[in-house]
Design a binder for this molecule. Sequence first.
Ligand SMILES: [Mg+2]
Length: 137
Amino acid sequence: MPCLFQAKAMPTDKDTSSTVADLKADIRQFVQERDWEQFHNPKDLAIGLSIEAAELLEHFRFRSDSEVAARLQDAGFRQKISHELADVLYFVLILCDYLELDATTILAEKMAISASRYPVHRVKGRNLKYTEYDAEE
Ligand SMILES: [Mg+2]
């Protein structure tokens, strides 16, 4: 199966010119205009995130790798996937905003943890969970 990362276009200029703070501000404005803050709490935002992630999965359910690869060539399918990804991103960012978490900081922190759990020399080209590598030694 071809590597999808190599087959697809690079991010648009908007990805390179906007900031996470810009995205959070856009979402905050969207929410405030609709008076939806009253419905926001960590539990319901996390539920929303999980629901949107499940909606993304639904597009891949029961599809083989080759079927998914073929569907990803279809603009309509790609738009459906992009909209579900946007829904997931929306809830990630709104939850970060609500919890006063800096998305860039927490991502970097977690990536550092993952880097220590998955050192390149130990895991390159392999896809086991870090606990399985521990069991090998
Ligand atoms: Mg959705």
